[in-house]
Ligand binder design. Sequence first.
Ligand code: MG
Length: 485
Amino acid sequence: MILHIDMDAFFAAIEQRDNPKLRNKPIIVAGNSKRSVVSTASYEARQFGIHSAMPVFQAKQKCPQVIIVPGNRHKYAAESKRIMEVISGFSPLVEQASIDEAYVDVKGCEKLFGPPEAMAEKIRGAIFNKIFLTCSIGIAPVKFLAKIASDMDKPNGITLIPKHKMEAFIADLPIEKVPGIGKQAMKKMAVLQILTLGDINKYDITLLNKKFGKMGTRLYQLAHGIDENRVETQYSRKSISSETTLSRDISDYKSASNVLLALSQRVGRDLRKKKMICRNVSIKIKFSDFTQITRSKKNDSWICSSAAIFNEALSLYKKVILKKKIRLLGLGVSHLSDQNTPVQMELLWHPEGKAKKQWESVDMAVDSIEEKFGSNMVKKASLNIPKQGEKKMSPITCMKVIIKGRVQGVFFRVETQKAARGFNLTGYVKNCPNGSVEAVFQGDEAGVKKMLEWCHTGPPVARVDHVLPESTKLPQGCDTFDIRY
Ligand SMILES: [Mg+2]
């Protein structure tokens, strides 16, 4: 369940708390110029029909004795911070939605605070005891309903919409109460005779999309009690990304899609390791002239499989018109959420649901193999397609090489890195304190062999006299060939 906590007449309540002369009186917080509008009205002022965003002169007409108090943003921001601290004492899953509103996911809090209603009661009490302000709280299985509920019993009220009453509530919910419905949309609603959110169910999704654009899908979902927006903590706003500077500039679709596939697997693995799911996929392309672009898309549903991430990335890539060669490709996911946050799967409308699930279980298996044996053990078949005329890949081997007997400079390391990437090897090269150089190459047998040869035959700056290969294992997390210091 989700709580939506909304402070009652926030700015006005702070002013009344701090100045006893203002208590129980109609006050508005507003500027004092002719064009000023009401920022917040106290409940006493609201009885005269005054509300936020009303021009001050109009408020004065409605209630001549209204007291105008100039606002103090700093004070309100400081109070807001104190309130959020109180709320954070109850759950780590808190999303501050505005200066006086927050969402709380109560998952896992039952043991400590009891059922959601009891927890709401405790939060309301704690805020009042510490801050001396009242708030109203809505409790519902999804975010948008929690927000609507918090507005139903103001001030100082707690409203619960339990899961089993959701359907009936939606059926009767006036459409104008649904967040995000503007005036234009309301006109279309009237034409379609949609008076309540439940009325949306009279129409199919194709028509809704045609009439309302992207909002169509959202409306369809809301009418079915689905709200994919989750409580987003500061942590979940972060992103996971990975990028690769290519060993040579590319411009062909196949190479680019192969790189994106590898990046999707890497990012997908990190995402799943953190037990997160995502909604946003973005790609970054740096061109040969070092200019760069990013493209990003918010997905309709939550994903965590590498295949789904790859599909999104590829569709973004396909829309880019290439005029220059690519030297770097990056891929990131953001808008993250906890995997375990309950989604109403039984209601979830997703045509590819089954395929998605299957991919996720494939990913889990791959992840656990890589966990045990290191990355690059498993690759999707399309990454392994041999280029024309090339032999089939031989088994992956890993070789540690100690290089002695030369002064090793930065050129050596860079040249080694270039060569290793050219042979499709991962691993690293680093200088050792005793003057030797240690390099670990991992890749297919042929590549490692070529690399060992290269040590003797490469450019003079990188040529070495003694190479001591030994079998080894590459530490985890080496997806590319790095220079280490
Ligand atoms: Mg409020």
